[in-house]
Each structure stands twice: as structure tokens, then as C-alpha cells.
Design a protein around this ligand. Structure first.
Ligand code: ATR
Length: 288
């Protein structure tokens, strides 16, 4: 938040269900402060029954834009005036821009996820095999990013099989070169799929507070040292999922780099200013 905020200040923020632990307000307000912008980024905790009213409120209150987080990335679409082409294909929106009373949805998770994998981990996605836990709005962004980069095989494991099937149905025709398989979360096939995988990504909320002992992978023996194990959760910084993976010798990454990289893309859409992602990441790591 700018220290000298005045009546001309523009409001941006984040809408989610449980956002007390979100680092987005800190990230964005630090950027605003550094560049002396007359903006302020606020957390909006919204119950599902109020989601439509909250989105209408963006227009009513002349809010410049918001991020959308768990669990509303898919549910929010029906309340928007327009959805940018790739966000429409993905079926999930994590950023809304209020353009003179027209609400437009974008998905910056895709670029955020790609940068975190390719730049921070130097992970080459092309021709690799991945296991994804979850089939919600965050999973859609991650899966789309992997398909765009030419992943060979994606195995989606989810509690609700129908949602995984819908992703396969929505994405397969755009990316015929890649294979997508879907399974129930507790499927016996999991061990075999992880043995063959190069990357595992948790996009579910399992491991978030208050139930920090939850993990999507019931048997930690399935982890192996040739894996990169990625958890989109960044609070706690090391979920049980990541701790078990690390113990097995796997390389691990949490959700903080992706949060920063998707955040700066959203920030650019609202302000026209694009901060250097790696610098922001360094600064956030230093102060958290
Ligand atoms: P987001 O927008 O952050 O992706 P979401 O769309 O609600 O949020 O997706 C949450 C994901 O976490 C889903 O894959 C969900 O599984 P379902 O599709 O079966 O709902 C998964 N998830 C949440 N709580 C879970 C639980 N207790 N056990 C297993 N999976 C869970």
C-alpha cells in the first residue's frame, strides 16, 4: 500500500474463500510501495453464496481489478462480461480487469507455472510424463501450461473422477500429440504412474491449514529421487507432501515462485507496470 494514499487511489485485491494466509496482499503492496503507485491491494474474503454479488461489487465500487483464488477460479466465469481467449479455453480465471465497467477474465497461472518450472528449476517439459493431483481451477491452468509446452503424458488423479474427465474432454482436441489419462485419487495405478513420472504436481487444497497433515499421496514410498515434486501450496512452505518427497531424495518446489510470477502478470494487466519477477521473489523470501 502506498503510504500517501489519497482520494484518487485505485483499489485492486483478491477474492477467495479462505485468504487469511494469502501472500498476495504483501507481494502487491510491496511492489506498489517500491514504485510509489497510488494503488492499494486488499483481501476480500467472500462466501460462495456471495460470489456473484462480490463480482458485481467490483463494478459498483469502481475497483480496478482482482485476483481470484481457491475455490472460485472456475465458478467466477459466469459472472464476467468477457473472458480472454486462452482463459476461456482453460476454463479458469485467476485475474479480473475492470475496463470502464466491463469485467474481463484472464488466466496468468499458466505463465506463472511455466516460469517457475522452466526458469527456477530448468525443467524441460517437452516429452516428459507428469502426475497431477486435482482437477479444479488451478489444475486447469497447470495442465494447460504443460500441454502447451509439449508434455508427452498427463495422468490426472482426482477425488471426483467426473471433473478430471471433463478436463480431458475439454483439452484433448487442442493438444492431440499429448496423452491424458484420468483416475480416481485412490486408484491402484498410482504407484505405477509415479514410477514412470518425471514430475508430480499437487493442485489440491490437501495440506493447507487447518488440516496441514493432509496429503494427496497416501503412500510416501511411491516417491523416488528422479522426481521433481511440486506443491502449489506455499503456506506452509513445506507441506507434508513436500517433506515426504524430500526425504525420499526428490527435488521439491512450493507454490511461492508461481504465486509471484502469476502475480506480476496480473499487476501488469491492472497498472501497465511489470516488475522483475526474480527480484520480487527474492524480496518476498527475505521478508517472510
Ligand atoms: P482451485 O480453484 O484452487 O483449483 P477448486 O477448483 O475447488 O480450487 O479445486 C480444488 C481441488 O482440490 C479439487 O481437485 C478437489 O477435488 P474435487 O474435484 O473432488 O472436489 C481437491 N480437494 C479439495 N478437498 C479435497 C479433499 N478433502 N480430498 C481430496 N481432494 C480434495
Amino acid at each position: 500500500m502506498n503510504k500517501e494514499i489519497n482520494g484518487k487511489a485505485k483499489i485492486i485485491g483478491i477474492i477467495g474463500k479462505d485468504i487469511e494466509n494469502s501472500l498476495s496482499p504483501l507481494i502487491h503492496n510491496q511492489i506498489i510501495l517500491k514504485h510509489s503507485l497510488n494503488f492499494c491491494y486488499l483481501p476480500f474474503q467472500v462466501a460462495e453464496t456471495n460470489l456473484g454479488k462480490a463480482i458485481q461489487g467490483i463494478k459498483a465500487l469502481n475497483i480496478k481489478g482482482v485476483n481470484i483464488t481457491f475455490p472460485y477460479k472456475e465458478k467466477v466465469i459466469k459472472f464476467l462480461d468477457k473472458v480472454e481467449e486462452s482463459a476461456h479455453k482453460i476454463g479458469a480465471v485467476n485475474t479480473i480487469v475492470n475496463n470502464k465497467g466491463i469485467l474481463i477474465g484472464y488466466n496468468t497461472d499458466v505463465i506463472g507455472f511455466k516460469r517457475s518450472l522452466q526458469e527456477d528449476e530448468e525443467f524441460v517439459i517437452k516429452k516428459k510424463k507428469v502426475v497431477i493431483f486435482g482437477a479444479g481451477g488451478a489444475a486447469r491452468g497447470v495442465i494447460y501450461a504443460l500441454l502447451e509446452e509439449g508434455i508427452e503424458e498427463i495422468c490426472i488423479f482426482n477425488r471426483t473422477l467426473e471433473k478430471a474427465k471433463k478436463i480431458k474432454q475439454d483439452f484433448s482436441s487442442f493438444f492431440p500429440e499429448s496423452s491424458i489419462y484420468v483416475f480416481l485419487l485412490e486408484e491402484e495405478n498410482l504407484k505405477n504412474k509415479i514410477e514412470r513420472a518425471h514430475l508430480i504436481v499437487n493442485t489440491t487444497s490437501l495440506g493447507m491449514p487447518p488440516k496441514i497433515d493432509n496429503t494427496p499421496l497416501s503412500d510416501e514410498k511411491f516417491f523416488h529421487p528422479d522426481l521433481l515434486v511440486y506443491d502449489l501450496i506455499y503456506h506452509p512452505a513445506k507441506t507434508l507432501f513436500l517433506r515426504q518427497a524430500e526425504k525420499a531424495g526428490a527435488k521439491i518446489i512450493n507454490g511461492l515462485p508461481m504465486l509471484v510470477y502469476q502475480g506480476i502478470e496480473s499487476f501488469y494487466l491492472w497498472t501497465g507496470l511489470k516488475p522483475e519477477g526474480k527480484e520480487v521473489l527474492k524480496m518476498i523470501k527475505r521478508i517472510t
